[in-house]
Design a protein around this ligand. Structure first.
Ligand SMILES: O=C(CO)[C@H](O)[C@H](O)COP(=O)(O)O
Ligand SMILES: [Fe+2]
Length: 243
């Protein structure tokens, strides 16, 4: 199965976001740009929003993997679509009771973005398939391997059973892990079945960012837990982004 390496732009020099984004894909070989959107409510930190993605899109054709750590994600679908986001990943815990999750997913699909659903460390993995029919509605599940809000935290290895359960249940699903991924922790995440690897501090803090990305990719692709490629839409759009 194809692995995607998605550096978290949270760890780049935000004042040079366009240059950093271009370089990490074109020179260092990243597949996606992982954009962490935080609202200061769902998580105790503030980062960037759709206006910044819109500006970045003028400089980079890369696949924009937007991770929304915001309350009321349903209010941001239109803005992120218009900004040029390719993947809209929201947190299951952030959707208010009055909003039907299937309706939110449908609105993301209707907009043309891919749909990602994320769970925080304390959320049981069963709550995903109890809420949505994953294979028909969702392109990617994001299993957080840190409490969302900040880069540079330690990888939670005890999240790996969630990844393994998802991989066993959904052999063709994009399964993303985010938080504390590096050359060591990838050795736990990839065998469990993760194939979309977010890495912020370990990539941007590396002396050789290209080598860091290559190392993550090699460890991921060597994993026997991953079988054949399926998600063609993601693959095609990713390939376009690298042209
Ligand atoms: O969503 C996130 C934090 O909530 C970030 O994507 C994540 O923390 C990546 O940073 P690092 O690799 O440094 O842990
Ligand atoms: Fe993230």
């Amino acid at each position: 199965m194809k692995c995607f390496i998605a550096p978290s732009m949270l760890s780049c020099d935000f004042a040079r976001l366009a240059d950093e984004s271009l370089a990490i894909v074109k020179q260092n070989g990243a597949d996606w740009l992982h954009i962490d959107v935080m609202d200061g409510h769902f998580v105790p930190n503030l980062t960037i929003g759709a206006p910044v993605v819109k500006c970045l899109k003028k400089h980079s054709t890369a696949f924009m993997d937007c991770h929304l750590m915001v309350e009321n994600p349903q209010n941001y679908v239109k803005a992120f679509k218009e900004a040029g986001a390719d993947m809209f990943t929201f947190h299951l815990e952030a959707v208010p009771k009055e909003v039907q999750i299937v309706d939110l997913i449908q609105s993301i699909k209707d907009s043309g973005m891919l749909v990602g659903v994320s769970i925080k460390p304390k959320t049981p993995v069963e709550s995903l398939w109890e809420t949505v029919d994953i294979p028909s509605m969702v392109d990617m599940i994001l299993v957080m391997t840190v409490e969302p809000g900040f880069g540079g935290q330690s990888f939670m290895a005890d999240m790996m059973p969630k990844v393994a359960t998802l991989r066993q249940k959904y052999p063709e699903l994009l399964i993303q892990v985010d938080g504390g991924l590096d050359q060591n922790t990838i050795k736990q995440a990839a065998p469990a079945g993760a194939n979309v690897i977010v890495a912020g501090s370990s990539v941007f803090g590396a002396k050789d960012r290209g080598a860091a990305i290559t190392g993550l990719r090699q460890a991921c692709e060597a994993s026997p837990a991953l079988s054949e490629i399926t998600h063609r839409s993601a693959l095609e759009r990713t390939a376009r982004g690298k042209q």
